[in-house]
Design a protein around this ligand. Sequence first.
Ligand SMILES: Cc1ncc(COP(=O)(O)O)c(C=O)c1O
Length: 303
Amino acid sequence: MTPALPDPRNADILVHVGGQLLPRDQAKVSVFDSSVQGGDAVWEGLRVYDGRIAELEAHLDRLLDSAKAMAFEGVPARSQVEKALCETLEANGMFDGAHVRLTLTRGEKVTSGMNPRLNQSGCCLIVLAEWKAPVYPGAGIRLITSAIRRNSPQCVDSKIHHNNLINNILAAIEANVAGVDSALMLDVAGFVSETNDTNVFLAKKGILYTPHADSCLPGITRAMVIKLAREDGATVVEKNLSLTEVYSADEMFTTGTMGELTPVLEVDGRRIGEQAGALTVRMQALHGNWVRKNGTPIKSLKQ
Ligand SMILES: Cc1ncc(COP(=O)(O)O)c(C=O)c1O
């Protein structure tokens, strides 16, 4: 039996893979692709609002910087990625309420194995656009703290936005088993890093706090929230945060392209709030307003 799709409109989407726009059931990578062989790929999640892609420049900078850090060869030019994005969104008629998973793999290998020397055909670009509402319930989420630590730069630098997501996936499994929405991850020193798929903010006595971007992904929504909050006159402090500061926060919210800004109501059984706090609601409004007005128009990406 075919499982039901979260959004049935995604049954007939076209996906850009390796230079071709293909129906969903034909959109595939080779078994020799580096993403299959070793999770050897980099990616971005993008959101489309009112005919615009939010923060496209920042996402493409991070994708291309990640590919460079991973020494990918045969990386498509930025203009080629933009063209593939535009073609995919136009072909699917997606100009609002869509999310794009943009993946660049190291490409196909000549034989199975780990070594990038086996890659001789250049990268493979995948543009997977789907109809997708923010993934977390707007009313708020519950977290547990995971026993799995988020990578530090001593291990795998979290500034590379790569597809080797096992440590985040193990944390997500712990959250599933505990019956909550997501898992808070600590860094190797025991300070709060991020959740398995979002960055985190605390509010205490009117001040916003977020962890340094040392062991977490330097999220694009995180950077946007810091900028918008400061422009709005709020104080934002980047510092090491311990779990005690989480449990005693007045408010907490997560940030990410997929889920936007989501209130956190409970962590490890400690109640943070009964509903989204005033600062969270204010930041949600500023973020919502910004992304709807300031993205890159899809039509401007036509070459
Ligand atoms: C581990 C992790 N943290 C945070 C984020 C949020 O980043 P952004 O705001 O750039 O979407 C993501 C998104 O991919 C992520 O995978």
